[in-house]
Design a protein around this ligand. Structure first.
Ligand code: SF4
Length: 526
């Protein structure tokens, strides 16, 4: 086994620019650091060949001169790294501020994708926040700090705005380490030194993260799967809670997550919805909404016995499966329910006819299954299964019980079917697939699996900050979709974050269009 030999990196003073051969085949990271101490700290942290550090000099005039010159080696992405004055009392020396935009008081440059970098820095164990950075002419005094903070700035420096032009259209980011913070009368010199040391240490630790970020930078295409995101059942369930809040006022209790998505749940929580696991957490006489995944009759009976005012947001397509379970059980059939143990929808359906229903998750479960009357067996499915896997289990059941009855119409719902077909289409063209959705969202997890089975790496993310930028290294085409419970805004957020890593061309691959709508229950009709 050979050991990698550390490659020297380049540190060049602003007045020493000269043409030279590329430092590596793929242009790497260029770091601009105003002070020599900052440049040295960053250089000590760098790990990749091809990274170069340029010491630009302190203040806007030197920075502007540096930005006009050509760095010694080609570069693919640029990061301005240095210390800064923190403008918030909750910042401490050594904390990192990643700029969402940089202003010189007149012109503002937005930097999309700061959130991706913040998330990477945090994963590396650093304290980092995204925020607005202002470049000022002179060192900031405490009265000026208060004014800048009131204007919404998080950090102030003396160079960044003048340096951004050096990126010359390439991806650019700004990482400033706080050397002193707050609005007090000013730090004693010992405090300034301690703060400066903490800031330099953070810059050194941030350097490999900046390299990782730069390695992910490139122009890329985003292939949007269509359809994606909210289905009719999820839109209906969310609207039911919104209307219940409007018509009955907060709090409105919701049993379980209304839909399996952390963004949706936290948004409704902020508006007055209270999510509970079980009905015993709901006060007497309160309003309770049943989630889109449905409930068993035992839960309905409990609510009715307690005198709770119930609004049922069960998706009509889940209710259809419940009705089939009741019908088959009434007719004396054993119901083989194909689904995932523990999923709320499965628990609700099992509860319709518990003594007549058995859960089968795999073909192995089918092999072990024995029923009283093999001529009287029917199968049903959870609505959000992977189509091909569910078909395998149904096939095994049919082989074992040739007289088995099937549901009247497909149980796997239109939204699950359509999103799986759409993600398969983009996975065929993409280097990587990102699926927006929460970890407990069955249909979102199935989209990840669907892509992976097609041979394309895929990741489930609740939002843009879950993206590990190393996934994007060497990736030119990203397939992007969202589970049926993930809001469309998350897709927009992900595209915006990716655009911080280089120009993004968005193309949509629509495999079908949807027009399904469900009516609202009478309790929330106006
Ligand atoms: S995924 Fe299907 S079953 Fe679930 S809420 Fe949406 S439409 Fe209804």
């Amino acid at each position: 086994m050979t050991e990698a030999i550390p490659q020297p990196r380049t540190e060049v003073a602003a007045d020493q620019f000269e043409d030279s051969a590329p430092a590596s085949a793929k242009p790497g990271l260029l770091v601009l650091a105003p002070l020599r101490l900052e440049a040295n700290a960053v250089r000590r942290g760098l790990t990749r060949p091809g990274s170069q550090v340029l010491h630009t000099g302190m203040g806007a005039t030197r920075a502007r001169k540096s930005a006009d010159k050509r760095p010694p080696h080609p570069f693919g992405a640029m990061v301005v790294m240095g210390t800064a004055a923190g403008l918030s009392d909750d910042l401490s020396p050594g904390d990192l501020v990643v700029a969402t935009e940089v202003s010189d008081g007149e012109t503002t440059v937005p930097l999309p994708g700061a959130g991706l970098l913040v998330a990477e820095l945090r994963r590396a164990g650093l304290t980092a926040r995204a925020g607005r950075v202002i470049t000022v002419q002179k060192l900031v005094k405490s009265s000026q700090r208060l004014r800048l903070a009131a204007d919404g700035y998080l950090a102030a420096d003396m160079e960044t705005a003048a340096l951004l032009g050096a990126a010359d259209g390439r991806p650019v980011a700004v990482i400033r380490a706080v050397s002193d913070a707050g609005f007090g009368p000013g730090l004693a010199s010992s405090g300034l030194i301690r703060g400066g040391i903490a800031a330099l240490r953070s810059l050194r630790r941030a350097a490999p993260v900046a390299e990782k970020w730069a390695a992910a930078c490139r122009e890329r295409t985003v292939l949007l799967a269509g359809p994606r995101s909210f289905c009719a059942g999820v839109e209906r369930a969310i609207e039911i809670v919104e209307r219940a809040l409007e018509m009955r006022g907060a709090p409105v209790y919701v049993r379980k997550q209304i839909v399996h998505n952390t963004r949706v749940v936290s948004d409704l929580e902020q508006r007055g919805a209270v999510f509970v696991d079980e009905l015993d957490e709901v006060p007497d006489n309160a309003t309770v909404v049943f989630s889109a995944h449905g409930v068993s009759p035992a839960v309905r009976d409990d609510a009715s016995g307690r005198g709770l005012s119930v609004i049922d947001a069960t998706c009509p397509l889940v209710s259809k499966v419940h009705a089939e379970a009741r019908r088959f059980a009434r007719e004396g059939y054993t119901v083989a329910l194909i689904g995932h143990a523990g999923h709320e929808e499965v628990e609700g359906t099992l509860g319709e006819a518990p003594s007549s229903t058995v859960l089968v998750q795999t073909a192995e479960d089918v092999a072990k299954l024995s029923v009283d009357d093999p001529a009287k067996i029917a199968y049903l499915m959870q609505t959000t299964l992977a189509i091909d896997e569910a078909a395998d289990v149904a096939g095994a059941l049919r082989d074992k019980f040739p007289q088995m009855r099937a549901p009247g119409s497909d149980d796997i719902c239109y939204a699950t079917t359509n999103r799986q077909a759409a993600v398969r289409a983009v996975a065929a063209e993409a280097d990587l697939v990102l699926v927006a959705g929460s970890a407990n969202s069955s249909n979102s997890v199935r989209l990840v699996e669907r892509s992976q089975r097609a041979g394309t790496p895929a990741h489930l993310i609740d939002g843009a900050t879950d993206i590990d930028v190393s996934w994007l290294e060497g990736v030119s085409v990203v397939g992007l979709t969202a589970g049926a419970s993930a809001p469309p805004a998350v897709v927009t957020e992900i595209i915006e974050a990716l655009s911080g890593l280089g120009t993004v061309t968005v193309t949509e691959r629509v495999t079908t269009t949807e027009s399904v709508q469900f009516g609202l229950p009478r309790e929330v009709r106006r």
